[in-house]
Ligand binder design. Structure first.
Ligand code: SAM
Length: 249
């Protein structure tokens, strides 16, 4: 049993602890609220760096024609589009939030028949066992209620030999970055959220949730505990974010 399922269990929602059954509803509220401004907010609050990190993720995935990518918590489809642009086979964007999927579908540009959208929960993926060649999750793991269940699901849907990649904010950053990063996170990002997405609290949650997330080594251990092998990670931007890689062996 996941500890999140123990009687009276609580889950983190930013710096608050909430009853475990509440977190998904609260997270849904955040993304319902910001979906229309999500892409613009990503550029503003990361100063465009999220694009480079997603490029690094897509490069590390080494897309191949004919290989199927499942991008979990895929939001507006940034990772799946990169996979396709690099010559990867079909890509499925799976997200629990319809508003995020609709924002992704509404993006300008030619429709790609190799890109499909699926509404589903990372903790109970609506895909058969061993059906994907690669499985990615970018800035999604910290939003799920049961992290270990989401990792176990990623393993379940991967074919043996399939690749798992996770991109997340991380910590701790290099000591020289800590103070400016704290100021940016706790002072500037919520204000950008208020002005641009008209929801300051959503961005308070997002920056707080980053601080509650396991550090690089702890996340690597959780990935290994889910049964994925050859776990490796790379820090990005002085440790502000990290890419974790593993395989279903
Ligand atoms: N991967 C996209 C990106 O990097 O731009 C979106 C990341 S966004 C910060 C987090 C996404 O996780 C949201 O689209 C949200 O709806 C989704 N999400 C939260 N909980 C989820 C769950 N249990 N299963 C699937 N998606 C979930």
């Amino acid at each position: 049993m996941d500890t999140a399922d123990a009687p009276g269990a609580r889950a983190d929602f930013g710096f608050r602890d909430v009853p475990v059954g509440e977190k998904a509803r609260l997270v849904r509220g955040v993304f319902d609220s910001v979906a229309g401004r999500y892409d613009l907010m990503n550029d503003l609050m990361s100063l465009g760096a999220h694009r480079l990190w997603k490029d690094a993720l897509a490069d590390w995935l080494a897309p191949r024609p004919g290989a199927l990518l499942l991008d979990v918590a895929g939001g507006t489809g940034d990772v799946a589009r990169r996979w396709r642009a690099r010559g990867g086979g079909p890509a499925i964007v799976c997200d629990i939030n319809r508003a995020m999927i609709e924002a992704g579908r509404a993006r300008p540009g030619r429709a790609d028949p190799g890109l499909s959208w699926l509404c589903g929960d990372a903790e109970a993926l609506p895909l058969p066992d061993r059906s994907a060649d690669a499985c990615s999750i970018a800035f999604g793991l910290r939003n799920v209620t049961r992290l270990d269940a989401a990792l176990a699901e990623a393993r379940r849907v991967l074919r043996p030999g399939g690749r798992f990649l996770c991109l997340e904010f991380s910590g701790p950053p290099l000591s020289a970055l800590r103070r400016p990063y704290d100021l940016w996170s706790f002072r500037v990002v919520p204000e950008i959220g208020r002005l641009v997405a008209r929801d300051r609290e959503a961005y308070v949650y997002l920056v707080e949730s980053i601080r509650r997330f396991p550090d690089r080594e702890a996340l690597a251990a959780r990935i290994a505990a889910a049964g994925l092998g050859r776990v490796a990670w790379r820090p990005l931007a002085g440790g502000v974010a990290a890419l974790h890689s593993a395989w279903r062996l």
